[in-house]
Ligand binder design. Sequence first.
Ligand code: ARG
Length: 197
Amino acid sequence: PEWVITAAHCLTLLERLPMRLVFNSLNLNMIKSKNTRVISKVNVFYHPYWDNKLLYDVVLIKLENQINGIPIIKLNKERSIEVPGTMAKVTGFGTRKYGKLKMEKHMRVVSVPLVSNDQCRKSYKKIYNFNICAGRKGKDSCTGDSGGPLFIQNKTLGQTIQIGVVSWGENCGIKNKYGVYTRVSNIIEWIESHVNL
Ligand code: ARG
């Protein structure tokens, strides 16, 4: 692959170049140089409606060269599979507890139920069509997970489909609060205007 999708707010904080991209590594203490690329040229496409806060918190990064040996994740176009209650997964090196300073050394994964936008609006005012919420008490992404994927694994088809990008949340894993994600199916046309999917 030569494209990376992540949260726009991740880059605005660290827009300094060169940027280091790490892939195929589940342990941050053992990053081999073959698993890193240094990005020295900007080829970054912010979503045009990104407001530097939480609207359309997504960015596409085009790499100068293809990276071989890692699978390309399928992006979801079908809103119909985003059924509330469906179990999705989210991965990252983010903290295990809100307020904890240290990131995790090993990538972690957690299963989170998808939540309807109406349900999510009961907790948060600012939930839009380009968001999807997921999580329940004790099951959530957290600080440092931003930009990572929310995905569904279809075991029968052996497919992994990305449906969201970690964006924000209040605290982590609190009852009746959720993780808020940028909804891939809502921005797919913008993605396709850049990437040949
Ligand atoms: N904004 C956070 C980050 O930069 C992600 C927070 C996600 N929070 C949550 N409760 N799911 O890493």
